[in-house]
Design a protein around this ligand. Structure first.
Ligand code: EPZ
Length: 416
């Protein structure tokens, strides 16, 4: 199994640049199915999930390729196919984002039910209820969801929960529906805002981005955009900033947007770190041993669930007791068992983890279970005494492009 080793005890300092946001890129790539003509996306790190979505687009009939200087070029002229390949959808949940675009373009989409993953069952009921509200009929056959609508009709409806993926899928479908859609209780993550601006650049008529209600007036067609730079990855930014805080270092991330991770910055300051923000950078300086802080994960603008594991790594060596509540996914504490192998003191009760900070963690052999848990274990390794060997890097490369390399550029001792 692929692994890396971290020698703990080195302060991280210096400046790194944030990569483009995985969770903006994936739905924007899916939206390229709806845009006729050429589209060029910029600021795209070559992540494993990006390469899976590239294969998906080509399998559906558009020509999409990754070019040097972090660009993706898409040529979408012919009719698109309407069956999403089983192996691709089941290897990456975000592939389900193609359902809305295929339905909007071809009137019929056949997409395998995306598997759950270790962090939870992750059903798609909210997506499907929304497609029905737009006039589609849903049927299940041999593990595939069949979504059919001769013509999608705009309507007013409400999401049971502000699901990020459902908001994105339904916003895309509504763009080419007949008439106006008003969708209430939508998610407001910055990645949704980026997707909305991308669609608007292609001619979509969307208002309410950043609020809990989207109003979308359907149009006949959308046209390609050249170029479209995607936003910085706020989760990678947060991960790098915590690397600075946990090693009592001084890290600046360029290209970062402070408004996208405000709850994290507030917590880091509350814990005693020094936080400085500018138009396109965020700087965090450690301040000796930080203090315990409590938090719970919530939909944006609350604390992001994708930063929960990384923040917990910091709390394992902060002074005092912290209470962490995971309110988005039912099983997103797999990193706890591995952190405890490094000497962390954590007790779990349902969706709550109580972290009692220790003076030192000790290096150990640990295994990555999911993407953000992997980042958490590397952060803990930066400050643990001795060597930490982290196994299962395939999870990490799904969502971080060369995180070890970025940390090394800040002074971390990481061998791959
Ligand atoms: C997106 O996943 C992100 N992935 C996740 O990031 C992120 O953790 C999540 O949003 C929450 O912010 C991408 O954008 C590619 P949800 P998504 O639908 O859309 C339940 C990472 O590490 N739900 O907002 O799948 C669901 O089970 C990944 O980068 C339903 O019950 O998340 C979960 O408990 C991990 N029915 C909650 O809602 C549905 O139809 C939030 O899910 C849809 C969701």
């Amino acid at each position: 199994m692929s692994r890396l080793s971290v020698e703990g005890g080195f302060r991280l300092e210096g400046t790194v640049r944030a990569a483009g946001a995985k969770n903006a890129i994936l739905p924007i790539m899916a939206a390229c199915l709806m845009l006729e003509g050429d589209t060029v996306l910029q600021n795209i790190p070559y992540l494993n999930d990006v390469s899976i979505m590239l294969r998906m687009l080509n399998a559906l009939g558009v020509r999409a390729e990754y070019r040097k200087n972090e660009e993706i070029h898409v040529v979408n002229t012919r009719k698109i196919r309407h069956i999403a390949p089983y192996d691709l959808v089941t290897s990456m949940r975000a592939s389900f984002f193609v359902a809305g675009p295929i339905l909007a373009r071809a009137g019929f989409a056949k997409v395998p039910l995306p598997g759950g993953c270790l962090i939870g069952a992750r059903p798609v009921d909210i997506h499907l209820k929304g497609f029905e509200a737009l006039g589609a009929t849903i049927s299940m056959e041999h593990g595939f969801v069949q979504i059919e609508a001769k013509a999608l009709k705009g309507s007013e409806f409400r999401l049971d929960f502000p699901s990020v993926g459902a908001t994105e899928n339904l916003m895309m479908a509504a763009c080419l529906a007949e008439g106006t859609s008003i969708i209430h209780n939508v998610a407001r993550e910055p990645e949704i805002d980026d997707l909305g601006q991308f669609l608007q650049a292609g001619g979509a008529k969307i208002s309410g981005l950043g609020t809990s209600t989207l109003t979308i007036v359907g149009v006949e067609s959308l046209t390609g955009i050249n170029p479209y730079p995607v936003i910085a990855d706020r989760i990678e930014v947060g991960t790098l900033l915590i690397a600075g805080a946990i090693t009592n270092g001084d890290v600046t991330v360029k290209g970062a947007i402070a408004a996208h991770i405000k709850p994290l910055l507030t917590l880091l300051a509350q814990a005693g770190a020094e936080v400085e923000t500018g138009a396109d950078y965020i700087r965090v300086k450690g301040n000796g041993r930080l203090k315990a802080v409590d938090f719970e994960t919530e939909p944006f603008p609350g604390f992001p669930t994708d930063m929960q594991a990384q923040m917990m790594a910091l709390l394992t060596v902060s002074e005092g007791k912290s209470v962490v509540k995971e309110c988005i996914f039912e099983n997103r504490f797999m990193h706890v068992r591995e952190l405890m192998r490094m000497g962390a003191k954590i007790t779990l009760e349902d969706q709550m983890a109580v972290v009692e900070g220790v003076e030192n963690l000790s290096g150990a052999e640990v295994k990555i279970t999911d993407l953000r848990a992997g980042a958490s274990l590397i952060l803990a390794g930066l400050v643990a005494q001795g060597r930490t060997t982290v196994y299962g890097l395939k999870h990490l490369t799904r969502g971080y492009y060369d995180l070890p390399g970025k940390l090394r550029s800040l002074g971390a001792k990481i061998i791959e």
